[in-house]
Design a protein around this ligand. Structure first.
Ligand code: 4AD
Ligand code: MG
Length: 433
């Protein structure tokens, strides 16, 4: 039964009572007739004190057998202790060894990234990685709550896909029975558009895949994306929505995961500043500003990672850049009717140099314009016939965006590399374990 033993995060409800805890030995030390065992169970870490006079000799001696990460069951009285980590301590009366661990490869000394990634299945047990995973789970919950409260319905997009959506150069292909190649989806957006025409406001939330041949700190080959899609909505609507979403989840993470942010030694003050309104500027204004601070691409090019870092580190709030050159962006984006060299899109750059966390746009809703844009870009029409259909049967103005989950976690947690933001990262040069 799940509730015959106590989780460390609920010890506050059991002060003065005897409880049984189950978990793994995090650390131990002894001083003469008293020994201290640190137990972790996934919900927290607690110090357990065992004195020779309180337990049978056999049990006290088992202290010597215990190795780091051995699994144990422990029974004792919960005591409040302000000095103890977590605020509580256990006075042990019984201890059972479940399994003695072999010599644990991850020690408190510094290890290199490759060493740790090769042992990701064990590395996840560290305090720091646990904190990141808890923040990830909190963020996912907050995002779902936000969309549910705003009247969006979750609609799942397929992973096997007959076409590309974000450019042919980053496609993973898989043999698909007698049908030739299927592709792992780069984005759920096109399906979200179909869903929005059926249900009004939807969001997809799932893994997406990019065969990115770049080893940067921002790129995974498998990452999770949240993609809201709204009918009867324009670029301004999704810029507002993006601001609301980010403000909402930041407040939630600060409220519920402050202890984990502390474990990560994250500068919490800079996260508290993330409130509406964010900074907005056009691509042209961004280029002017970049020129002043010594960067920027030729007009027409997308902003590179260095430019994004340079720009976003000028502000302590997220930066929304809108109306990029059409030629730099995807085929489904709607041109700006006031200047057709531009597109009605926006990217959100996180502050502190974390770069793009959101990409989105108003969609091309006109049948002929969409078809001619696809022809210009050399996009095969047949696998996307269904998508073009949406413009045949009651087309409406609609818009949406995609938030990269791991990039957002990297920013919130202050990570140097996005690979720590996902339980088992998939990178160009790694898919083990
Ligand atoms: O800007 P992107 O490519 O936009 C889309 O895929 C649109 N279809 C979204 C939409 O309008 N529904 O990707 C969106 C976000 C990026 O801003 C970034 O946060 C993240 O997805 N992302 C990646 N994250 C990790 N590794 C990668 N290789 C990523 N590529 C994109
Ligand atoms: Mg983008």
């Amino acid at each position: 039964m799940l509730d015959t033993w106590t989780r460390i995060d609920t010890l506050g409800d059991h002060v003065g009572k005897t409880v049984t805890l189950k978990g793994w030995l995090y650390n131990k030390r002894s001083s003469g007739k008293i020994c201290f065992l640190l137990l972790r169970d996934g919900t927290g870490i607690v110090q357990m004190v065992m004195s020779q006079s309180d337990v049978p000799a056999g049990i006290y001696d088992s202290y010597h057998e215990l190795t780091p990460e051995s699994s144990i069951e422990a029974t004792g009285v919960v005591k409040e202790d302000k000095r103890a980590p977590g605020g509580y301590e256990i006075g042990l009366s019984d201890l059972k060894i479940v399994s003695i661990a072999e010599e644990y490869p991850i020690t408190p000394k510094e290890h290199g990234a490759d060493f740790l990634l090769q042992r990701r299945h064990l590395w996840l047990r560290s305090r720091r990685q646990q904190a990141i995973m808890r923040i990830r789970a909190e963020l996912i919950r907050a995002i779902q709550d936000f969309f549910d409260q705003q009247g969006f319905m979750r609609l799942d997009a397929p992973i096997f896909s007959p076409s590309n959506c974000e450019g042919a150069s980053t496609l993973f292909s898989v043999p698909y029975f007698d049908h030739g190649e299927a592709y792992l989806t780069q984005s759920g957006q096109l399906y979200a558009e179909a869903g929005a025409f059926a249900l009004g406001r939807v969001y997809t939330f799932g893994p997406t895949f990019r065969a990115e041949k770049s080893k940067t700190r921002r790129h995974l080959t498998e990452f999770w994306m949240i993609e809201p899609e709204l009918t009867f909505a324009d670029l301004d609507d999704i810029m507002d929505l993006a601001e609301d979403l980010i403000s909402f989840f930041m407040e939630r993470v600060l409220q519920n995961r402050a202890a984990d942010l502390e474990t990560l030694e994250r500068d919490i003050e800079s996260l508290r500043k993330i409130r509406r309104p964010f900074v907005r500027m056009t691509y042209d204004e961004a280029l002017e500003q970049l020129k002043r601070i010594g960067g920027g691409p030729e007009w027409g090019q997308d902003l590179g990672a260095t430019d994004e870092t340079l720009l976003s580190s000028q502000y302590d709030r997220p930066l929304l850049i809108h109306r990029y050159p059409l030629q730099a962006k995807a085929f489904y984006m709607k041109p700006d009717p006031t200047d057709r060299r531009l597109t009605l899109n926006m990217d959100v750059l996180a502050p502190e140099g974390y770069g793009e966390i959101i990409g989105g746009s108003q969609r091309e809703d006109d049948l002929d314009s969409l078809v001619s844009r696809m022809e210009e870009e050399g996009i095969p029409k047949e696998p996307l016939e269904w998508y073009v259909d949406l413009r045949r049967y009651g087309s409406v103005p609609h818009s949406g965006f995609g938030l990269g989950l791991e990039r957002t976690i990297s920013w919130i947690c202050g990570l140097k590399h996005v690979r720590e933001a996902i339980p088992f990262p998939r990178l160009m040069d790694r898919f083990y374990p």
